[in-house]
Design a binder for this molecule. Structure first.
Ligand SMILES: NC(=O)c1ccc[n+]([C@@H]2O[C@H](COP(=O)([O-])OP(=O)(O)OC[C@H]3O[C@@H](n4cnc5c(N)ncnc54)[C@H](O)[C@@H]3O)[C@@H](O)[C@H]2O)c1
Length: 401
């Protein structure tokens, strides 16, 4: 009450100004080996002796669940598991409702029993959202288990679900109590999932860190071999998180809608939700968006032909697809319109101005999107892969392999 500042004292007009700030700082820890009973980090994020509800990604191998169970038993904490399938279909109102019902029947203590969310970006997003609205917000901990969620989806404050084909239309800004990173979880990923994570790292490299492109080029074999202890791989993961946090912090709640991290996220939702058949993975869709954007940048004279070709070569080299299942310029444009609404009524279209730097434009046109799509398709259909298309893209002499 004492904090409430009364600003005016007229009988007919009165204003109470209420300081509404809270300390919502959170920490992201590399805490390996996280599930070693000798490492109390996860247990200590909550009250001793209490129970834990673990929201668990069903794509993870069963032994991970056993390890978590044993870890908590060591501390005399009973862990109850709630398993959700990974992937976009889980980011739905149905899953949200189920989670809320399960939180309720578990009778979660609002203060002492943080929900432990162990999974890829989809499970982190939906379960984080459920935690952020249950009883108007309960604490939750994120343990990312995919490369993409390790470097991206776990480190910010966003949670959400999709509505129809619109990504994250409903969600919340709610920081986790803590994030625990351990590459142990990544060992069971298919390479396609690893490549998807590399797609988001590629975005950071193109948007704000050219040296990261060289690092990615040099380390692809180590990623392919899942050598996450390799110092070069570690350096990339660390750098990606540093860059992500540099871009996010100070703008966590998106007061500024010009966001470098939105690079590759204008057309991508179209590819994630194909009209027919399965859509692409998130990072795959982002990588195709980056390449379309690079073609647009090239035609505007912002990026050289050599730079656009290097991006395309690297995309393929990293195991990312360079193929759009059902190309339709009108759907791409609908996505631009939707993103424009999301970005406060201006396109704020992030576009590279050279490798490692990005600006924002508000005059993107339908015809240049359609042209970029045609060029992209021509290259991928004539040669099977973008970099081999010499008709529109001059290949640099130096190879990657
Ligand atoms: N909140 C944010 O700031 C943010 C940022 C970027 C992306 N995202 C979201 O993240 C989602 C993509 O995340 P993703 O790439 O992790 O995909 P995902 O969560 O769909 O996981 C991909 C697949 O891997 C499985 N899986 C998870 N961990 C595994 C493991 N260790 N071993 C084997 N299989 C495993 C999952 O079950 C799923 O089938 C998208 O919905 C995207 O919108 C959110």
């Amino acid at each position: 009450m004492s904090d409430v500042i009364e600003k005016r004292h007229l009988a007919s007009r009165h204003t109470w100004r209420v300081p509404a700030g809270r300390n919502l700082d959170y920490e992201i820890h590399i805490a390996e080996p996280l599930l070693d009973p000798g490492n109390p980090s996860l247990f200590e994020t909550g009250r001793p002796g209490a129970r834990r509800l673990v929201v668990f990604d069903g794509g993870l191998p069963g032994f991970v669940r056993d390890r978590i169970e044993r870890y908590f038993l060591h501390y005399r904490v009973v862990a109850e598991f709630l398993t959700l399938p990974g992937g976009e279909p889980s980011k739905s109102f149905g899953t949200l409702q189920r989670l809320l019902a399960d939180f309720d029947s578990f009778r979660l203590n609002r203060r002492t029993e943080p929900v432990i969310i162990v999974g890829g970006g989809a499970v982190l997003d939906v379960a984080g959202f459920a935690a952020s609205v249950y009883r108007r917000g309960i604490p939750f901990v994120r343990v990312p288990t995919t490369l993409l969620s390790y470097v991206d989806a776990s480190v910010g404050v966003k949670n959400g679900i999709n509505v129809g084909h619109r990504k994250n239309l409903v969600g919340s800004f709610a920081p986790p109590l803590a994030v625990f990173l351990d590459t142990f979880f990544l060992a069971s990923l298919d390479f396609a999932e690893i490549a998807s994570g590399l797609g988001e790292i590629l975005k950071l490299a193109l948007g704000c860190d050219a040296p990261l492109l060289d690092m990615l080029e040099a380390s692809e074999p180590a990623f392919r071999a899942r050598h996450f202890a390799d110092p070069a791989v570690r350096a990339i993961l660390h750098r990606a998180i540093d860059l992500m946090l540099r871009e996010l912090s100070g703008n966590l709640y998106e007061e500024d809608l010009c966001r470098v991290v939105d690079l590759g996220h204008t057309f991508s939702q179209v590819f994630e939700f194909a009209e027919r058949g399965p859509g692409l993975r998130h990072g795959e869709a982002v990588a195709i968006d980056l390449n379309l954007t690079a073609i647009i940048a090239k035609h505007r004279g912002l990026l050289s032909e050599t730079e656009a070709a290097r991006l395309a070569r690297l995309t393929t080299f990293l195991g990312l697809p360079m193929h759009i299942p059902h190309p339709d310029p009108d759907r791409l444009w609908e996505s631009v319109v939707e993103r424009t609404a999301h970005r406060g009524g201006q396109q704020r279209f992030p576009i590279p101005v050279r490798l490692g730097e990005c600006t924002f434009i508000n005059d993107l046109r339908h015809d240049e999107v359609a042209r970029a799509l045609r060029e992209f398709q021509l290259c991928s259909s004539t040669a099977g892969a973008m970099p081999a298309c010499a008709t529109t893209i001059a290949l640099p002499a130096e190879g990657l392999i």
